[in-house]
Write a protein that binds this ligand. Structure first.
Ligand SMILES: [Ca+2]
Ligand SMILES: [Ca+2]
Ligand SMILES: [Ca+2]
Length: 304
């Protein structure tokens, strides 16, 4: 049986409107070449902890009033971290002063992103890849052990005499390069935000608990537009009128951005382009004198 009265006082002071109290909120990390390390927000707020001197972890905010906490993880180890695992651990109590902390249930809603991940420039959010619901270990549960081992079993281990409920989420990162940063965010929301739903049957309060990892977005690969000139007639005593041009681009190209280049030496007239689709422009042209025809196109990602 755990004692949580001191943390109930802490949360009362932080002007939460929610009917939950935070008992445990922490993050563990481990990689092939990084020993177990953690950053504990509750019960003891440990920020900027040196974690064996191998990572820089900061907590940008303690738990916000809208139920978010964001960890910044910098790889200061001097080496690439292989097979990085991260587990977020969330132990809330719902309306415990009215009906205790051991009357609650929890179930996986879906292992998907919350509806509104936090926008972070050049970073992409990902949902957890594993989860576990269990009693932490005060009363025979295994959740804290799973958190310590960074090995979640994708199951709800609560029995009928489960006592307390806590939840965990796991993220896997194949490679965090030397000097790179990632972010991990725990979410506690009273609106459906996917993740795990924890409910109090007496007060009928429910919270959706979730975790998000934000990793660097891969660089955008820019592909230049493709210009195809079809010239069935290459030699003629009269003007050539059957030359056509088709420009395509994987992102987009505008008719106004397809031009006859200044390096063109052929004589021409009646150059005209038409927008076929967002990614295709077709043009016609009349060739009036011998020479080279050079078409220039600028695509929407401005490759050329
Ligand atoms: Ca309760
Ligand atoms: Ca709990
Ligand atoms: Ca392009």
């Amino acid at each position: 049986m755990k004692k949580s009265s001191i943390f109930a006082v802490l949360m009362a002071l932080s002007s939460f409107s929610q009917a939950y109290e935070m008992y445990g909120l922490k993050l563990s990390l481990k990689a092939t070449n990084l020993p177990f390390t953690e950053s504990i927000v509750y019960p003891a707020i440990v920020q900027n902890n040196p974690v064996n001197g191998q990572l820089g972890i900061t907590v940008a905010d303690t738990l916000t009033t809208d139920g978010k906490v964001l960890w910044t993880v910098d790889n200061n180890s001097g080496q690439d971290l292989q097979s990085l695992q991260a587990v977020t651990y969330i132990d809330i109590e719902i309306d415990q002063t009215q009906n205790t902390f051991f009357n609650e249930t929890a179930a996986l809603s879906s292992l998907t992103l919350p509806q509104t991940p936090t926008p972070i420039n050049n970073y992409l959010p990902s949902a957890p890849t594993a989860w576990q619901i269990d009693e932490p270990g005060y009363y025979g549960g295994q959740l804290n052990a799973a958190y310590q081992a960074l090995s979640l079993n994708n199951s709800n281990e609560l029995g009928t005499n489960a006592d307390d409920i806590a939840v965990t989420f796991q993220h896997s990162v194949p490679l965090l390069k030397k000097g790179e940063r990632l972010y991990i965010e725990a979410r506690i929301g009273d609106q459906p935000t996917n993740g795990i739903q924890q409910s109090d049957p007496n007060s009928q309060q429910s919270y959706y608990l979730n975790s998000v990892i934000y990793t660097q977005a891969p660089p955008v690969v820019k592909i230049p537009p493709v210009v195809a000139i079809t010239a069935p007639t290459t030699t003629s005593p009269a003007d050539i009128t059957d030359t056509t041009i088709s420009v395509t681009d994987e992102l987009g190209v505008l008719a106004a951005d397809v031009v006859v280049a200044s390096t063109t030496t052929a004589g021409y007239s009646n150059f005209s382009c038409q927008q076929i689709t967002a990614t295709q422009v077709d043009c016609i042209i009349e060739i009036t004198a011998s020479g080279d025809l050079v078409i220039s196109a600028t695509d929407s990602d401005a490759v050329c």
